[in-house]
Design a binder for this molecule. Structure first.
Ligand code: HDE
Length: 728
C-alpha cells in the first residue's frame, strides 16, 4: 500500500487560504457538488458562459486532473483532461514550407470606373461595390516564429471574395522571380532554407548553399539584384509594393484578351530601412512588421494600395523585347504605364490569428470569369502546388469550408464527404447529370471558360523538356535595374552583396558570383570585389547572350520616387526630467497633423517630469525603445538630466544609431553634449529645436533620410566611384 501523507490537509482546503489554481478537489463531492451544479445553472441563465468540454458537458473543476488520492496517479477515465491535452497536442498544423511567417488583415476592394473595360470579372464592374478581401503578407524563408526583418522577399497575397467566386492574387513585393521553371522551386527553397546538417541560418540567404545554387543559375541574376536592394528590408508592410509577377490574361465582355501584369502601389509610398537598422530591429522588436500593421489598423489608420495593370495586346506582348512568359523579366513602366483599376483598404485585424491568418489558403489557380492564366512555366507549376500544399497543411479536401476560405457567394456542387466535412449535404443526389434533382446545380453559359488563345510563338509541339530560347538573356534587365537606382541605392546593393558573399565560406562560390556581377555591371563587380578584398579574383563568365544596354527605368527606384511625407511614420521623442513640455507638445501636434505618431522614450517607464513639474508617461524605456524603431527622432531632455544620460550607453546608442541611420534629429540646446558623445556631426538633418523651429523639423523629417550623411559613416563600400570599369 502506498503511504498517504496527510490526505485530509490537501483534500479539504478552505476557499480563503488556497488560491483557486492550487485548489484540490474534495474527494467526496456530495452536497457541495450539487451546490456547484446549481451555481453553474445559475451562471448560464445569467448569460455568463459555463466552461464545458468540447461535447458541451459542464466542467466542475478545470484546475486539477482526476487522481487516486491527492498525491496519487492520474486516472485514464478523466475524459476532460484527456480531451484538453489531446487538443493541445494537435494545436499546430504543418507550417507553410515557404511564407510560413505572415501577418494578415481584412479589408475591401473597390474598382475604379473603367476597370470593366479590360475584364468582365464581376468585382471590376461596379465602382460602388465593396468586395471583401483578406490580405496576407509574409517572409519566404523563415519559420512561423522567425523575425520580421530579415533580408528576404515579401509575399503579398490577396483573396478577393467576389460575387462570382474567390480570386486570389498571390504575389510578391518584387516583380520578378529567381527561376523560370517550377521544377527548380524545391531546389531554390532547399538552398535558401537552413542548411540541413546544421539547422541554421534561420531566415537568411547569407550562407553557402543559397549562393552556391544561385551562382549556378544565371537566370536568378535579375532577382538577386532586387533581393540585395532595399526592397528586401521594407520599413513597413504598409509601405511595400506588390506584383503578380507572371503575365495573366484579362478577358472582356466581348471575349477580347489583354495581357497584363498586376501591380499594387501603397498609398503611403514605398519605403525601406537600412541594413544596420534591420539587423538591430530584429533584436529590438522581432514582430516589428506585425506590430506596425496591427497598431495602424487598430488605430484606424487603414493602409491602402492602388491596384494597377500594365496592359498589352497580343501583338504588343509578342513584340516585347523579352518573352512575357519569362517570370525573370519585368515590363518597364516607362514602356507600358500603369493603368489604375481600383483600390484596396485594409481596415480590420483578424479576430483570431490561427483561424484566419494561419488557415487561409491562397492559390493562384483561384480565378474568376474574366481572368485567366498564361503558359508561364512557373505559373503552370504553381497551379498544381498550392492545392497540394493545402491538402497537407489543412488535412484534407474540405479546406474551402473553413470560414476564412469559404466563398462569400453561393457555392453548390456534388463534391461530398472527406476529412472534417462541415456541410451537411442534403438529398439523394450527389452526381451529375441527374434527373432526380431537377432544381440542383447545373452548368451555366456564363461560368468560367478557359480562354483558349496562346501566344503565337507558343503553339504545341513535341513533348519536350526544354527551356525556350526566348528565355536565355539573364543579365540585361539585371543591369537595367542597377542603372535605374540612385547612387545611394547602388551603394546599398553593393554592400548587401558584400555582406552576403562575405558570409559564404567556400571561396569558389564567392569568385563565381563575382564573375556574374562583372557581367551584370562591371562597376558593381569591381565595387563588391574591392569591398571584399578580393579584387581580381572573379571567375570569367561568358553570358549565353550578349548583355543589352536597356534604358534605365526610374520607376524601379524607391528613393527616386519617395514622397515627402511622414504619414504613417513614427517619431521617437527622448525626454528626461526637466524637459520642455511645450516643445514636446508642439512636436506631437505638428507630427499628428501630418499623419505621424509620436512615442515618448524616457529613462524610466513611469515617465519624466517636465520643467513645470508635470509628469509625462513614457511609451518605452531607452533600451526598450531604441531609435531604430522610429523614422525620425527628437532629443529633448532637461539640462539637469543630461549628465545621467551621458553615463548611459543605451542613451548614447540611441542618438548614435539615429544619426548612423541617416535620420532627421531634432535636438534641444541642452542635449548637445549627448550628441557630441555620440559622434553626431551637424548637418542638414540635425535641427536645433525650440518651440519656434518645430515646423522646420517636421519639414526636414518629411524629406526622409539624410543620405548625404551615409558615405561619411559606413563601409565597406561607401559609394565612392569604383576603380575604372573593365572593358567587356
Ligand atoms: Fe509560392 N507557394 N510557389 N510563390 N507563394 C506557397 O502555398 C510555389 C511563387 C507565394 O500568404 C505555398 O499555401 C511554387 C511565386 C506567396 O499563404 C506553396 C512556386 C510567387 C505565398 C507554394 C512558387 C509566390 C506562397 C506554401 C514555383 C510570387 C504565401 C504554402 C513555381 C508570384 C501565401 C501555400 C500565403 C506560398 C508553391 C513560386 C508567392 C508550397 C511551387 C513566383 C505570397 O504551395
Amino acid at each position: 500500500m502506498p503511504t498517504r501523507a496527510k490526505p485530509e490537509k490537501s483534500a479539504a482546503p478552505t476557499k480563503s487560504d488556497t488560491p483557486r489554481t492550487e485548489r484540490a478537489p474534495a474527494p467526496a463531492k456530495t452536497a457541495s457538488s450539487v451546490g456547484e451544479g446549481g451555481e453553474l445553472h445559475q451562471r448560464a441563465v445569467a448569460g455568463d458562459p459555463v466552461l464545458t468540454t468540447n461535447q458541451g458537458t459542464p466542467v466542475s473543476d478545470d484546475q486539477n486532473s482526476l487522481k487516486v488520492g491527492a498525491r496519487g496517479p492520474t486516472l485514464l477515465e478523466d475524459f476532460h483532461f484527456r480531451e484538453k491535452i489531446t487538443h493541445f497536442d494537435h494545436e499546430r498544423i504543418p507550417e507553410r514550407i515557404v511564407h510560413a511567417r505572415g501577418s494578415a488583415a481584412h479589408g475591401f476592394f473597390q474598382a475604379y470606373p473603367g476597370a470593366a473595360k479590360f475584364s468582365k470579372a464581376a468585382f471590376l464592374a461596379d465602382p460602388k461595390v465593396k468586395t471583401p478581401v483578406f490580405t496576407r503578407f509574409s517572409t519566404v524563408a523563415g519559420g512561423a516564429g522567425s523575425v520580421d526583418l530579415p533580408r528576404d522577399v515579401r509575399g503579398f497575397a490577396v483573396k478577393f471574395y467576389t460575387s462570382e467566386g474567390n480570386f486570389d492574387l498571390v504575389g510578391n513585393n518584387i516583380p520578378v522571380f529567381f527561376i523560370q521553371d517550377s521544377i527548380k522551386f524545391p531546389d531554390l527553397i532547399h538552398a535558401v532554407k537552413m542548411e540541413p546538417d546544421r539547422g541554421f541560418p534561420q531566415n537568411a540567404s547569407a550562407h553557402d548553399t543559397f549562393w552556391d545554387f544561385v551562382s549556378l543559375m544565371p537566370e536568378s541574376m535579375h532577382m538577386l539584384m532586387w533581393a540585395m536592394s532595399d526592397r528586401a528590408i521594407p520599413r513597413s508592410l504598409r509601405m511595400i509594393e506588390g506584383f503578380g509577377i507572371h503575365t495573366f490574361k484579362l478577358i472582356d465582355a466581348a471575349g477580347a484578351v489583354t495581357y497584363v501584369k498586376w501591380h499594387w502601389r501603397p498609398a503611403l509610398g514605398a519605403q525601406s530601412v537600412v541594413w544596420d537598422e534591420a539587423v538591430k530591429i530584429c533584436g529590438a522588436d522581432q514582430d516589428f512588421h506585425r506590430r506596425d500593421l496591427f497598431a495602424a489598423i487598430t488605430a484606424g489608420a487603414f493602409p491602402a494600395w492602388e491596384l494597377s495593370i500594365q496592359a498589352l495586346t497580343e501583338a504588343q506582348a509578342e513584340a516585347f523585347e523579352f518573352d512575357v512568359l519569362d517570370p525573370t523579366k519585368l515590363i518597364p513602366e516607362e514602356q507600358y504605364p500603369l493603368i489604375p483599376i481600383g483600390k484596396m483598404t485594409l481596415d480590420r485585424w483578424p479576430e483570431n490569428f490561427f483561424a484566419e491568418t494561419e488557415q487561409v489558403a491562397f492559390h493562384p489557380g483561384h480565378v474568376v470569369p474574366g481572368i485567366d492564366f498564361t503558359d508561364d512555366p512557373l505559373l503552370q507549376g504553381r497551379l498544381f502546388s498550392y492545392t497540394d500544399t493545402q491538402l497537407k497543411r489543412l488535412g484534407g479536401p474540405n479546406f474551402h469550408e473553413l470560414p476564412i476560405n469559404r466563398p462569400k457567394c453561393p457555392m453548390h456542387n456534388f463534391q461530398r464527404d472527406g476529412m472534417a466535412r462541415q456541410d451537411v449535404d442534403r438529398g439523394r443526389v450527389s452526381y451529375e447529370p441527374n434527373s432526380l434533382a431537377p432544381r440542383g446545380p447545373r452548368e451555366s453559359a456564363s461560368g468560367f471558360a478557359t480562354e483558349p488563345a496562346i501566344l503565337d510563338g507558343n503553339r504545341p509541339g513535341d513533348k519536350v523538356r526544354l527551356r525556350s530560347a526566348t528565355f536565355a538573356d539573364h543579365y540585361s534587365q539585371a543591369r537595367m535595374f542597377w542603372k535605374s537606382m540612385t547612387p545611394t541605392e547602388r551603394t546599398h546593393i553593393a554592400n548587401a552583396f558584400t555582406f552576403e558573399l562575405s558570409k559564404v565560406e567556400t571561396i569558389a562560390i564567392r569568385t563565381r558570383m563575382l564573375g556574374h556581377l562583372n557581367v551584370i555591371e562591371p562597376e558593381l563587380g569591381a565595387r563588391v570585389a574591392d569591398a571584399m578584398g578580393m579584387a581580381g579574383q572573379a571567375d570569367a563568365i561568358t553570358p549565353a547572350r550578349p548583355v543589352m544596354e536597356l534604358a534605365p527605368s526610374p520607376a524601379l527606384s524607391i528613393l527616386g520616387k519617395a514622397p515627402a511625407t511622414i504619414d504613417g511614420r513614427k517619431i521617437g521623442v527622448l525626454i528626461a526630467d526637466g524637459f520642455d513640455a511645450a516643445v514636446v507638445a508642439r512636436v506631437r501636434a505638428a507630427a499628428e497633423a501630418e499623419g505621424a505618431t509620436v512615442e515618448i522614450v524616457a529613462p524610466k517607464i513611469g515617465g519624466a517630469a517636465a520643467a513645470d513639474g508635470k509628469k509625462l508617461a513614457a511609451d518605452h524605456t531607452i533600451s526598450g525603445g531604441p531609435s531604430v524603431i522610429f523614422d525620425a527622432v527628437v532629443v529633448a531632455p532637461g539640462a539637469a538630466a543630461v549628465p545621467d544620460l551621458l553615463a548611459d550607453a543605451s542613451a548614447i546608442d540611441w542618438v548614435r544609431d539615429a544619426f548612423g541611420h541617416c535620420k532627421v534629429i531634432g535636438v534641444v540646446a541642452a542635449a548637445q553634449p549627448l550628441l557630441d558623445r555620440a559622434g553626431v556631426v551637424s548637418d542638414a538633418g540635425v535641427i536645433p529645436l525650440d518651440a519656434k523651429s518645430v515646423p522646420a523639423y517636421i519639414t526636414a523629417a518629411k524629406a526622409g533620410r539624410i543620405w548625404s550623411r551615409e558615405p561619411t559613416l559606413r563601409g565597406p563600400d561607401r559609394g565612392v566611384p569604383a576603380p575604372a570599369p573593365k572593358k567587356r
